[in-house]
Design a protein around this ligand. Structure first.
Ligand SMILES: C[S@@+](CC[C@H](N)C(=O)[O-])C[C@H]1O[C@@H](n2cnc3c(N)ncnc32)[C@H](O)[C@@H]1O
Length: 234
């Protein structure tokens, strides 16, 4: 059992409330492009033991399960209701209700960690990144998939209208929770830009850090590697 601060409790509650319609709205509002983004992120993972942080309803883990013959697949999330759905979808995985900022795993146990559309919601991003590095094996890989702001001005305007007007309207209609779908574009606006995320990953000690845009920069994939331990001979 974990002690969650007020902000994390609110986030867990919000995602629990929208969990029944989460998958449908995700695919509907993104015209199914989210599936391509998740597949692309999973294709960058390496090794055989995987942790999906902020796993939600488990779509990323499902893709990991399809692609890799993994002896250890773990999904972590704050929201029990999201985890219940994930559990029904991915039979092979183990699910744990815990915050990204305090992962209940020993040091150096995973080959790769993925966090998809989760980092934006994590209250203490630096602590979470330190935790990711701690539980990764040396040489292990971190893949972060996250929304950001499109660079193209015209597309950016269109996207603003879509996310601040259309999405909350449809989101409320279907999930009956307007606040959650108003929170989404606001959280994207507040989320640091891609260079800042890169420097955050580097500052906690990840190396070979890079990012790549997806669909005009609506989303980005960030990758980093936990440095290999240096072995000294003689
Ligand atoms: C937008 S959903 C993403 C779910 C899934 N990864 C996907 O690709 O659809 C964000 C998820 O992050 C979880 N979350 C938010 N803050 C978290 C934290 N600090 N630790 C663990 N999970 C968190 C929420 O409960 C929610 O299920």
């Amino acid at each position: 059992m974990y002690w969650l601060d007020r902000k994390n409790k609110q986030i867990a509650e919000m995602f629990s409330n929208i969990s029944p319609t989460y998958d449908f709205l995700n695919h509907f509002l993104s015209f199914n492009i989210d599936k391509i983004w998740r597949k692309r992120s999973v294709s960058l993972l390496e090794g055989s033991t995987f942790l999906d942080v902020a796993t939600g309803t488990g779509d990323v883990l499902l893709e990991v399960d399809r692609r890799f013959n993994s002896p250890r697949l773990v999904g972590v999330d704050l929201s029990l209701n999201m985890l219940k759905i994930a559990k029904r979808k991915v039979k092979n995985a183990q699910f744990v209700c815990a915050p990204a900022e305090r992962l209940p795993f020993e040091d150096g146990v995973f080959d790769s960690i993925v966090i998809s559309f989760g980092l934006r919601n994590v209250v203490d991003k630096v602590s979470a990144l330190f935790e990711f590095k701690r539980v990764l094996k040396s040489g292990g890989k971190l893949v972060v998939l996250e929304f950001n702001r499109p660079v193209n001005r015209f597309f950016g305007r269109l996207y603003e209208f879509y996310s601040f007007t259309f999405m909350p309207f449809v989101g409320k209609l279907i999930s009956k929770d307007k606040a959650a779908y108003t929170y989404l574009p606001k959280s994207i606006r507040r989320f640091p830009d891609v260079e800042f995320i890169k420097s955050m990953m580097e500052s906690v000690g990840f190396v070979d850090v890079y990012y790549q845009p997806l669909t005009f920069g609506v989303s980005f994939i960030h990758c980093g590697v936990k440095p290999k331990k240096k072995v000294f001979y003689g």
